[in-house]
Design a protein around this ligand. Sequence first.
Ligand code: ADP
Ligand code: F6P
Length: 321
Amino acid sequence: MAIKRIGVLTSGGDAPGMNAAIRGVVRAGFYHKVEIVGIFRGFSGLLNDEIKVLSHRSVSNIISRGGTILKTSRCPEFMTYEGQKRAVEILQRNSIDALVVIGGDGSYRGADVLSREWNFPCVGLPGTIDNDLNGTDRTIGSDTALETALDAIDKIKDTVNSMERIFIVEVMGRNCGYLALKAAVAGGAEQVLIPEVPYELPDICQEITEGYIRGKASWIIIVAEGAGSAVDLAKKITDITDLETRVVVLGHIQRGGDPTAEDRILGSRLGVAAVDLLVKGESGKAVGIVCDKVNLVSLEAACSPYKLDTSSDLKLIRILT
Ligand code: ADP
Ligand code: F6P
């Protein structure tokens, strides 16, 4: 069946560069003479029929903007059989032949269900700051989020060094320590705590105390949100070491801001690749970039548990501290 109309939606946590990907999809649709419709607010918007044709001009000047012009959401209803059945009916009623889903692992699972269980053509683009999807070196938004975290850490460092304190900086990453690990290396932090690697607080406190005795009174610990609350950690460190601690939780700031050049290029390349694939009749694939080449894996493989390679960065931090 020739693909005449493709829907595009963003789902789950927003990520800078999603707009570049939407623009890529729309402009590639124009190139292939395929109509592109935007589905607003992710799978929730699909279930509410929030669907609008996206013209060539509708995506002008969005490549540099953070967030997503299509909005995004989390949609428990789409996880049910009834919700999915209704979603397919709405897609068919709107003459949508295929779907581009831009999101994280949860959104990929939704796209996988549509393509395998409901036989509806779907491809996924990796849109998450967490960088926790298989089949791509980077996810859209992870580079911008890392730069944002780094900018904050650099500023924190000025006050840490001036007042000789211990700072605990919490970055996003519920299940994946990618942002924490890279921010720790790039920010010259003394320690990093990530969900992938268990740690003993007394050991960390001993290192801090030994450093203090050697005359090292400034200490930055980066903690991924999934490895413990920075507020709790700070209190425990003060209790054990009797040293003053301060806390910064970077939170959703990391999801905002203008996308970096890398995220704009990544989003643009992947948006175009997604339409190419659907036009060729592909489905059930996640599109990524590996070693600067477009790379395809099944949606199922892309959202299977991600294994972050931690050893080389952890070693680096140990040597550099
Ligand atoms: P992200 O895509 O950023 O990981 P979520 O995990 O919240 O974000 O997933 C986004 C949405 O994807 C969910 O709200 C739900 O609508 C859909 N989704 C997630 N998991 C599944 C699943 N197993 N089956 C169908 N849909 C799913
Ligand atoms: O998946 C992206 C992410 O920003 C995670 O790093 C974080 O744990 C989560 O989303 C936060 O979700 P919410 O926007 O629902 O607070």
